[in-house]
Design a protein around this ligand. Structure first.
Ligand code: HEC
Ligand code: HEC
Length: 334
């Protein structure tokens, strides 16, 4: 009997470890990779996590990194604890002092421009695109994170930032600056990075772009669909097979008209393969309860802005213009 209890007690940590793995697979793996090697997200090797306090990890999971693809998560305390345990896989939590760092921000800016701008950007905005592999500029494997990101600044302590600057991150392009910066210079740099923090407003969202554009049609469902299809062809788009929103095909109250323009597609994918996410283009036609027919198109600027890639943003707003023109002409909206 005693023996049984003992085995169960011994196995408990293993169970929570397994729990953390499931939480990781369900929420993080698609961006941080099968073996934490990074993908759209940064690598989360245990040697990387060795720099991070539990508090930093908890806040990063809770706030995400708005504008940098990393979403915010609403996980239970147990899930987060198990997840962190899984990521650490045996390595202890690092300990830093809580004392805030003071320094000269002007000098910090000077050192920053000298050593850090080329990777983290002149406005601390991070590298273009995000993550590993999909980023090919300067042949860097990993896109350097945004240091002016409010969620980063609200999660990381001064001492942790200083530690990373002086020690670097193992297995990454972030090398140690201990031989270039003395203690005082590192403090100036931390003060400069910290000066980008703004007070956090509860429930704040950085998104003022609408999620989609909605048009009211003056025609019934059937005529709206046929006008839309004609309009698309007239604007040089090729039609794809349409799809019903629900599995129930007899539900004729909503239909997705799908189309693309093959010249555009090639140009698009040259900018960034991730633009393929939005293809084929779609317009959803729906009959509302009041019998009015509406046409909904996605706002590509909203969808793609999370990648913070100038070229993609430009392509998205050009595409929005084309789609709006096409729909407005097809539905006789001026
Ligand atoms: C949709 C993609 C995506 C998902 C899902 C995602 N992340 Fe991230 N994560 C990112 C990106 C991108 C970054 C880098 C942000 C930047 O470049 O500024 C990041 C950064 C991080 C960082 C900071 C790394 C560092 O070195 O400071 C941690 C920690 C992290 N993520 C943990 C998680 C955990 C844990 C989960 C699952 C609960 C998760 N992420 C899910 C995309 C994602
Ligand atoms: C060669 C490119 C490069 C240079 C130069 C560089 N970094 Fe980094 N930095 C990175 C990369 C890549 C990461 C993410 C590494 C990882 O998590 O795997 C990073 C991570 C960081 C982090 C952790 C941020 C986070 O979200 O986890 C801080 C802080 C940081 N760098 C500060 C600096 C400072 C300050 C300088 C200048 C002294 C600097 N870096 C110079 C590439 C660079």
């Amino acid at each position: 009997m005693k023996f049984k209890i003992l085995t169960i007690l011994l196995l408990l940590p293993l169970f929570s470890f397994a729990g953390g793995k499931t939480v990781y697979q369900d929420n993080c793996e698609k961006c941080h990779g099968f073996s934490q090697q990074g993908f759209l997200g940064l690598p989360l090797y245990r040697s990387t996590i060795a720099n991070h306090t539990d508090d930093y990890l908890k806040k990063t999971i809770k706030y995400g990194r708005p504008g940098r693809v990393m979403p915010e998560f609403d996980l239970s305390d147990t899930q987060v604890t198990e997840l962190i345990q899984f990521l650490r896989s045996g390595l202890p939590e690092p300990k830093y002092s809580d004392s805030p760092i003071t320094g000269n921000t002007d000098r910090g800016k000077y050192y920053y421009e000298r050593y850090c701008t080329r990777c983290h950007g002149d406005a601390l905005q991070g590298g273009e695109g995000v993550g590993v592999y999909l980023y090919w500029q300067n042949n860097q494997a990993v896109s350097p994170p945004a240091l002016a990101n409010q969620a980063f600044l609200h999660s990381a302590s001064d001492q942790m930032i200083k530690h990373i600057i002086l020690n670097g991150i193992e297995n990454s392009e972030m090398s140690s600056y201990a031989n270039k910066l003395n203690d005082e210079m590192a403090n100036d740099m931390v003060a400069y990075i910290r000066s980008h923090e703004k007070p956090m407003v509860d429930g704040e969202t950085p998104d003022d772009e609408p999620l989609s554009f909605i048009y009211e049609s003056s025609k019934n469902m059937k005529d709206t669909i046929s006008k839309l299809k004609k309009g698309a062809t007239a604007h040089g788009f090729e039609l794809h097979s349409s799809r019903h929103l629900t599995q129930n095909h007899s539900d004729r109250k909503q239909l997705i008209v799908r189309f693309f323009n093959s010249d555009n597609v090639i140009e698009f994918l040259k900018i960034d393969q991730r633009l393929g996410l939005i293809l084929p283009l779609r317009a959803t036609v729906m009959e509302r309860e009041d019998k009015k027919v509406i046409v909904v198109i996605e706002n590509y600027a909203y969808t793609l802005k999370h990648f913070e890639n100038q070229k993609m943003n430009k392509a998205a707003s050009d595409l929005n213009k084309q789609m709006k023109q096409m729909i407005e002409a097809a539905l006789d909206i001026n």
